[in-house]
Write a protein that binds this ligand. Structure first.
Ligand code: ADP
Ligand code: MG
Length: 281
């Protein structure tokens, strides 16, 4: 992890006005994320996690405050520039970014490359990159299969391959393991952790799972549209020690698995009951 701040959000406010009700989804949120950091965003349903990802990535406009990605203010770009910036620098593992059922795994993964009108990647090159990304997520043998022919975990791997095919600086993941059983979630988490450590990509992961959160470097807890707690996990210390020894790589399995106790136990204890009662969304 470097000391470069790649995501900087200052006093971000965002309101949804449906005509009937006004929802203050983000109420003066501050956040800084270092390049190469893996951050979990946690908090009760409706606290603004998805809104935060949409705002940070420039998918949604904010009402007040400033967001800078690698020193650039996406709000000041034209729609076209912003779209191109996202295509070149960001990967999305979002539930609504579903795989297209009529396309094979390879076709789904190469899609963002073929849509990148600025880089004009040739189809042959796009296919090569897609196959490499699928191999990286362990799906070298499933390239010609359609989503319905894959398990839930395999489908989510395809989504991750698609998010990573462009080698983006930042990967946004909104409940990437939400629909998966615990073994498969752990596989997906191991995969993201490995890609993070090997490629130094920054991950911002919204999750309801404490286990997933503990394997990130840092857990940011939100409530009512603001950050209420922000703590390093033991996984971050593992990563830091690894670097100190000149080895930033994981030792394969198990390394990401710690019993990270975040320090703000009191705050967590007030939030966990809410987490347990909320509906999955
Ligand atoms: N498009 C929208 N229109 C109106 N209200 C919305 C919209 N999206 C989210 N909200 C509201 O904003 C708040 C934050 O939502 P969201 O960011 O989805 O929370 P989370 O991801 O933490 O569950 C909630 O009260 C939600 O109902
Ligand atoms: Mg959400």
């Amino acid at each position: 992890m470097s000391n470069n701040i790649i995501i900087r959000a200052k006093d971000v406010q965002k309101t949804y006005n449906t005509g009937k009700v006004i929802v203050n989804a983000l109420r003066g949120l501050d956040l800084e994320v270092k390049q190469g950091e893996m951050v979990a965003i946690m908090g009760p349903s409706g606290c603004g996690k998805t809104t935060l990802l949409n705002s940070l990535s420039g998918l949604d406009a904010i009402d007040e405050g400033v967001i800078e990605i690698d020193g650039r203010n996406l709000a000041k770009m034209s729609d076209k520039e912003r779209t191109a910036y996202r295509a070149a620098n960001m990967g999305f593992v979002f539930q609504f970014y579903n795989l297209l059922p009529v396309l094979t795994a390879a076709e789904n993964v190469e899609m963002p490359l073929l849509l990148d009108y600025q880089r004009r990647i040739k189809p042959k090159e796009a296919r090569k990159m897609a196959l490499e990304a699928l191999a990286a997520v362990g799906l070298a043998d499933q390239i010609d299969q359609r989503p319905t022919e894959l398990s839930g975990g395999q489908q989510q791997r395809v989504t991750i391959a698609r998010a990573l095919v462009n080698n983006p600086a930042i990967v946004w993941a909104d409940e990437p393991t939400g629909d998966l059983d615990s073994t498969t979630s752990q596989e997906i988490m191991d995969l993201m952790r490995r890609l993070n450590r090997e490629n130094g990509q920054t991950f911002v992961i919204v999750t309801h799972s404490q286990e997933i959160g503990d394997q990130c470097d840092r857990i940011v807890w939100m409530k009512d549209g603001v950050v209420v707690s922000d703590t390093q996990t033991q996984s971050a210390e593992v990563a830091a020690n690894g670097h100190a020894n000149g080895n930033g790589h994981t030792n394969g399995h198990g390394n990401g698995h710690t019993n990270g106790h975040s320090k703000d136990v009191a705050i967590r204890e007030t939030l966990v009951p809410e987490l347990q009662t909320m509906s999955a969304n």
